[in-house]
Ligand binder design. Structure first.
Ligand code: FE2
Length: 216
């Protein structure tokens, strides 16, 4: 049995329209994400001892054999990042973060709107393929940054809370080169309840290298 599996989407393919159209979602989930899962299974097939949870793999990339490291970084990262991305999207978005997460964001960035513009600029300015993140360290310090390719914050000992895929495959069919339009739409489909749960875990448990229910 293959250790890594493609998780089902938590919504219908067309549920996030008009921000993310049905065709993009099908290709993104069924082809791109599946590709990372398949390649991760292939890469680790000869190494049963290394078939750990993707979070553990990403937290310990430096311990992997040199000829395996890039393959695992790309495909475990691709698998983990997409699995997380699906969970923080929803057709029933709330207006913004509430409770403890809302307070933490306002305290760190000045206001939700200021956080939103910083995240938007980070996602819009990121050169080439990658991801924009809101992440926390083990002590609850929040930060916004982008990573290249499929690098995960987990490899930096940070816990991802919110993520936006800015690879062209995430938006090009619908928005072509208008990444700003895709980012604007993203704010209407964020699952703040899920992001809030992730923050609650960090706040109460603090750990970063643990299961985040994003591996499917
Ligand atoms: Fe993607």
């Amino acid at each position: 049995m293959k250790p890594y599996k493609l998780p089902a989407l938590p919504f219908a393919y067309n549920a996030l329209e008009p921000t993310i159209d049905e065709m993009t979602m099908k290709v993104h989930h069924d082809e791109h994400h599946r590709g990372y899962v398949d390649k991760l299974n292939d890469a680790l097939e000869p190494y049963p001892d290394l078939q750990k949870r993707v979070e553990e793999l990403l937290a310990s990339l430096h311990t992997l054999p040199v000829d395996l490291k890039d393959d695992v970084a790309n495909n475990a990262g691709g698998h983990a990042n997409h699995s997380l991305y699906w969970t923080i999207l929803t057709p029933r978005s709330q207006r913004g973060p509430s409770g403890e997460l809302g307070s933490a964001i306002a305290s760190k960035f000045g206001s939700f709107e200021k956080f939103q513009s910083q995240f938007t600029e980070c996602a819009a300015q990121h050169f080439s393929n990658g991801w924009a993140w809101l992440a926390s360290d083990a002590h609850g310090a929040l930060s916004v940054f982008a990573t290249k390719d499929h690098e995960s914050p987990i490899s930096r000992a940070l816990t991802p809370l919110l993520v936006l895929d800015v690879w062209e495959h995430a938006y090009y069919l619908k928005h072509q080169n208008r990444r700003a339009e895709y980012i604007k739409g993203f704010w209407k489909i964020v699952n703040w309840k899920e992001v809030g749960k992730r923050w609650e875990d960090v706040r109460t448990k603090g750990a970063t290298n643990r299961e985040w229910k994003m591996t499917g």
